[in-house]
Design a binder for this molecule. Sequence first.
Ligand SMILES: [Mg+2]
Length: 266
Amino acid sequence: MAFSTVFLLAAAAATAPHDNMNATLWYQTSAEFRANSLQTYKMASLTIKEALTDRNWTALPTQTSDFQQLPPAIIVDIDETILDNSPAAAQAILEQDTGFNSKRWDNWVAAAKAKAVPGAVDFLNLAGKNGVTVLYISNRECAPRANSKDVCPQKADTLKNLQATGITQVDASQLWLKSEQQDWTSEKESRRLKAAQQYRVIMLVGDDFGDFLPQVKSKITPAKRFELVDRYQQYWGSRWFMLTNPTYGSWETILQQPKQQYLQGF
Ligand SMILES: [Mg+2]
């Protein structure tokens, strides 16, 4: 046996499969993921007309009065809702890197080459054509880089990336990134409340429960989150649209160690 073969076998034996491999493969290779995203965006697209016609239609439970005459808007998340960052996850697996690497992530953001999640661009362009403002409420964070005076180079990069996917009506004013303003934390509710002052928000689109409701991303149990999903039953599939993301999210970070305790056998 050649030395290199022995070496590779030894390396394979010594290395456990990366936690995120199946999830990332599902995201990158499965017809199932692609069909699921397309069906979600098709459903959202079919709903736009009704949402525009019905002036009492709002996707924000907090939007209860004096919103009927406001111009319509849709709030979308960016990562794994509009942009597919799975190459960053795949790269981490290839490099046997577990955990989040902020340098790799920033390099990926700077490259501005994420492809769109299937169905997203057609949906956004349909919204634009119908006079709906799209607000991108994202937890991409402003962080100056050594070689730049820009306080938020990530914003220009993200805008460039969104435009490169074929989204026709998007400018910097529509991108509301984390920490751009003092109270814009990873809890997105303050940004949704700001949107509600200016717009009738007809839809929310995201891949994390925190893209829809406040206080669901920490100090909460899976059972409590299920209860909240059910409480807002009438929103799903008409006002709220959830993309699938098995690779990361608050669904996972709320779990306590050891995570096996949540597995339910028969
Ligand atoms: Mg996201």
